[in-house]
Design a protein around this ligand. Structure first.
Ligand code: NG6
Ligand code: CA
Length: 515
């Protein structure tokens, strides 16, 4: 949809150019000013990509030239965080400006209902008020519908009801059924003669499962990931029907790139917000043949290269359409890295010297810095200076920061309660980030100046993480680290500083009670 003002502007130019020239010139300027205040905003959101997984963050076993170019010409952050060390909670916080614990948001099954209340303000619904067209492409994992969705009918509420004008999404994760794309309210390529049924408790239909037919698999998987086989890969959960709608893992990046290009082309004449949630590099990792063998790290490394290619294609589209100068691009990830997340894809065996979380401890699921400290880059030519910033901030801050950018920061009490305006930090004009910040996992951690405190475990971790408790930082005693001296969180100082333990434990309680 083209706003009336722009439609009439074009008409005016075409018809009575000469007579109206004196009027057109000021309105041109006005349009430029408006465009400058309202740049397009694109969040490229990688999945499970760690702090150390890009060459611009020190990786040598993989080269990521396209993302490195954004870092070299934009602002590279060294202490920027996702809100939680798993996907659903992080995404919830990013899109709502509210920490996930306020909504008990946890990793969702593929048939979970939508967890964002359609009455709640979100980044896209807020940006819509500022005149943006909003799109979500890629991975969703925030639930769809009320109760169990009927995949054969209109699926709502979902992304459209929480503020996106357009969506083309994988409902949950690559490793969960249903393995189909949902565009706006409908499964793409659905054949109603082959209706979809999804079940997370028991097998439905006659399609083989990984447990029954391991010989059919491209890669073996643990029991949890040994449900219905789709495209030679067994998934979490069971699915029947929808065969014509199945995605093909090796082609997903191209499909999403095409959708992204379409969305950008269609909306290039007005400000747009694109939430481009890449499926890479979550399991099952199935990079396209073009990328197979591009690293010595096997599927995980090759998928990083594929992800970098995706970013390059997107940047090319922006350049071709002359949009680069007027687009704020943020590249980041939803949680820390993981090697073995259920599939025998040789990620562990082929890791070599590569450090997926860089110098930090832990990764996905973890309470340590590796769980939430994310590679984060902001790129906006001529607006964001090149450089590096160690300012502390969280993706939960995008809401208030974008609101400020588009002149809507006066939002009502209760909206985005945890979001702080970090616009000047994101633009590289200030290096003063937060003094304090929450890090959610299966317990809670808090950052305060150079300190990091991890509370004794607060919530139950899933059974399959049981033997990883210690590794991911779940302990019965409090943990306290001084990140200036000990960024790798090796020396627990809790016994030495009981006053700090008390102070930071109170701080967490205050955040929970929102004092
Ligand atoms: C876990 C899955 C894991 C991954 C994760 C979600 C098991 C044993 N593990 O439950 O494979 O899908 O959920 O990842 O089921 S996330 O990036 O979306 O948070
Ligand atoms: Ca993730």
């Amino acid at each position: 949809m083209i706003p009336l003002q722009q439609k009439s502007f074009k008409y005016l130019v075409g018809s009575v150019l000469l007579f109206t020239l004196p009027f057109i010139l000021p309105s041109c300027k006005q349009k430029n000013d408006a465009a400058q205040n309202k740049p397009n905003i694109i969040i490229i959101y990688a999945d499970d990509l760690g702090y150390g997984d890009l060459s611009c963050y020190g990786a040598t076993a993989v080269k990521t030239p396209n993302i490195d170019a954004l870092a070299a010409n934009g602002m590279k952050f060294t202490d920027a965080h996702c809100a939680a060390s798993t996907c659903t909670p992080s995404r919830y916080a990013l899109l709502t400006g509210s920490y996930a614990f306020r909504n008990n948001a946890a990793i969702l099954p593929g048939d979970a209902p939508l967890i964002i209340d359609p009455n709640q303000e979100t980044v896209p619904s807020m940006l819509k008020k500022a005149g943006y067209v909003t799109g979500a492409i890629g991975k969703w994992h925030l639930g769809m519908g009320n109760g169990k969705p009927n995949w054969n009918d209109s699926i709502a509420p979902g992304p459209i009801e929480v503020g996106f004008d357009y969506s083309f999404l994988m409902p949950a994760t690559l490793d969960r059924v249903p393995t189909v794309y949902v565009e706006n309210h409908h499964v793409v390529n659905l054949d109603l003669a082959d209706p979809i049924e999804v079940n997370y408790d028991k097998k439905v239909g006659n399609d083989p499962t990984g447990l029954e037919h391991p010989e059919m698999l491209k890669m073996l998987a643990d029991t949890q990931h040994s449900g219905t086989i789709v495209n030679g890969i067994s998934r979490i959960g069971f699915m029947k029907g929808g065969h014509k709608a199945y995605w093909k893992d090796e082609e997903i990046s191209t499909v999403l790139n095409n959708k992204t290009t379409e969305f950008i082309k269609k909306n290039k004449d007005q400000p747009f917000f694109l939430y481009y949630a890449l499926p890479n590099i979550h399991v099952p990792r199935a990079p396209n043949v073009k990328f197979v063998g591009s690293t010595t790290m096997g599927r995980r490394g090759d998928d990083i290269v594929q992800m970098d290619w995706v970013v390059g294609e997107l940047m090319k589209t922006l350049k071709d359409l002359n949009l680069e100068e007027n687009t704020l691009v943020i590249f980041t990830s939803d949680n820390g890295p993981v090697l073995d997340d259920g599939y025998a894809d040789e990620a562990v065996a082929k890791i070599g010297d590569h450090k997926p979380a860089g110098i930090y401890k832990g990764g996905k699921y973890s309470a340590y810095e590796g769980g939430t400290r994310m590679p984060t880059i902001a790129f906006w030519p001529n607006k964001i200076k090149k450089g590096e910033s160690d300012a502390l901030f969280s993706q939960v801050d995008f809401f208030a920061s974008f609101a400020k950018l588009v002149g809507l920061s006066d939002f009502k009490e209760g909206t985005a309660p945890d979001s702080k305006d970090m616009l000047q930090v994101i633009l590289g004009n200030s290096k003063t980030g937060r003094q304090e910040m929450l890090e959610e996992s299966f317990t809670m951690g808090v950052r305060f100046d150079e300190w990091k405190y991890i509370a004794p475990q607060t919530s139950k971790a899933p059974d399959w993480l049981k033997n990883k408790d210690i590794e991911i930082g779940l302990k019965t005693e409090p943990q306290l680290f001084n990140l200036n001296n000990d960024p790798a969180e090796a020396y627990n100082l809790a016994e030495q500083y009981p006053d700090k333990v008390e102070k930071f434990s109170d701080l967490i309680n205050n955040i929970i009670a929102k004092k």
